[in-house]
Design a binder for this molecule. Structure first.
Ligand code: FCB
Length: 476
């Protein structure tokens, strides 16, 4: 195998020598990484942010609230499925500490906060006819607390954790969850539409489907690609139904900007690039997987769900045209790029040479990738919001540069694409939290959480973010 590899590298290098001289034997990616410079605040174009730009920080119910005891994730953790054996427990105890955390968001000059609603907390029983009153009252108070601080909520309805009953009954596989989700969305929009103008139906549908049904690292822990594809398709149907339900019942413009309900999806976008640009195999593989990973949802959304894909969803019997034109914005979740190299016959190497600045989860900090993925989805002609961007960094050595670098790229994108509205940037996350299968180790917070005492301490990067937002919003 290494022989084949060596010969291939030799041929590739020879081609490179002919085309570009000596340095072309070294993959340009390596040169870029080694010669990269630190970003400075001067690289941010502060004129690129409109007055209504959404400046936020993120959270999700299962990762932050704590005691999400009726969720499938809760049971999954108790069954020992996290890498460290940790369970979410009280998580960051956001359910009880949201007032103080919203004060923190306010002290960072933010005007937006992203939460998700725990479907399991709101509808713990299989019969969805009656929501749990305590849970409803809790969210009532949380939304009122945001309104009191002039913080606009950005609300995700489906952020990985599901009611346990729903997963136990395989309802995403059979498609029965589509109607459940529509009901849930309708309820939430009816109840809290007066507070909420920004709705994210589903967070990272491809991650949910593939981690849960193909890679088996999320509940229900299955490893069947066919099922994963069915679930993915059912999520599309569910999004379509939820979109129309929300539009129907949330007619209240909460903040007076003329918008009552803007509904989108938040997609994990990953630029997939070849390790060696002279190498046709890498180039083709990267190009194809880049398209499939990042745009398949949006492509299908543009044409509705065509009959041709229906056979992949065994629970589905008929096409559902209402998926068409159901995006008021695209939520861009961006963390890193993926460099790929294929070693014959078909060994796929992700990250062939793991160099560059990396967070504790191993993700390369690569701000230019934000520009690339925004450009990739700009073709769909809807506004973009960066709904997640952040880095696992317990020592806070990377976070400030990360924020500066990504905002510089965001404004470079705005300047280069005046026709594409970019409406917001939400940093992931306000505080440390439970990071799914990775437990409490990865630290994404602008605020550090001591999980023994649940005390919060601002990390130095939070002041850098607060200063940038103040300058952008003209608050200084
Ligand atoms: C995203 C998830 C979010 C968080 C970050 C680090 O993919 O949406 O919940 O775990 O990764």
């Amino acid at each position: 195998m290494w022989n084949t590899c060596g010969i291939r590298w030799g041929v590739v290098c020879l081609l490179g020598l002919v085309a570009g001289g000596l340095t072309s034997c070294v993959p340009p990616i390596v040169i870029d990484v080694l010669t990269g410079t630190r970003p400075t605040v001067d690289a941010i174009d502060f004129t690129a942010f409109g007055e209504s730009f959404l400046w936020g920080a993120g959270s999700s119910s299962h990762q932050h609230e704590g005691n999400d005891i009726h969720s499938d994730w809760w049971a999954w953790e108790l069954d020992g499925h996290t890498k460290t054996g940790e369970t979410s427990g009280l998580a960051a105890d956001f359910w009880n500490r949201y007032e103080e955390d919203l004060d923190r968001a306010q002290s960072l000059n933010l005007n937006t906060f992203r939460i998700s609603l725990s479907w399991a907390r709101l509808f713990p029983e299989p019969d969805m006819s009656a929501p749990d009153e305590e849970a409803v009252a809790g969210y009532d108070a949380m939304f009122a607390a945001m309104a009191a601080r002039n913080i606009r909520p950005m609300v995700t309805l489906h952020h990985f954790a599901m009611p346990k009953w729903l997963t136990d009954q395989n309802r995403w596989e059979t498609g029965a969850a589509i109607a459940d989700f529509e009901q849930f969305a309708r309820f939430a929009a009816q109840r809290w539409g007066k507070y909420v103008d920004w709705w994210i139906t589903i967070n990272e549908p491809q991650v949910f489907a593939l981690h849960g049904w193909w890679r088996g690292v999320f509940p229900p822990g299955k490893t069947d690609l066919g099922l994963g594809l069915s679930v993915f398709l059912n999520l599309m149907y569910a999004h379509g139904h939820a979109y129309h339900a929300i539009k129907e019942v949330d007619t209240v413009d909460a903040d007076g900007d003329g918008l009552a309900a803007e509904v989108g999806v938040a997609m994990l976008l990953v630029p997939i690039v070849p390790f060696y640009p002279w190498d046709l195999i890498d180039v083709v593989f990267a190009a194809v997987s880049n398209e499939l990973t990042n745009t398949v949802w949006f492509d299908i959304e543009q044409i509705g769900i065509p009959e041709v894909v229906v056979p992949f969803g065994p629970g589905l019997v008929e096409p559902y045209p209402d998926f068409k034109d159901t995006l008021d914005f695209i939520g861009v979740n961006y963390y890193s790029r993926q460099v790929v190299h294929i070693v014959p016959p078909f060994d796929l190497l992700f990250d062939p040479l793991p160099i560059g600045t990396r967070g504790t989860l191993g993700h390369e900090v690569y701000p230019e990738g934000l520009y690339d993925v925004m450009e990739q989805v700009a073709r769909y002609g809807v506004p973009l919001i960066v709904t997640e961007s952040g880095v696992a960094d317990d020592t806070d050595e990377l976070r400030a540069d990360h924020i500066i670098g990504h905002l510089a790229e965001l404004t470079r994108f705005v300047d280069d694409h005046p026709d594409v509205p970019v409406l917001g940037y939400v940093h992931w996350a306000l505080t440390d939290h439970f990071e799914w299968e990775n437990g409490f180790g990865p630290r994404f917070g602008l605020y550090e959480v001591d999980f023994a005492t649940l005390e919060r301490t601002p990390r130095p990067s939070s002041a850098v973010y607060a200063d940038i937002v103040a300058r952008a919003r003209g608050l200084e």
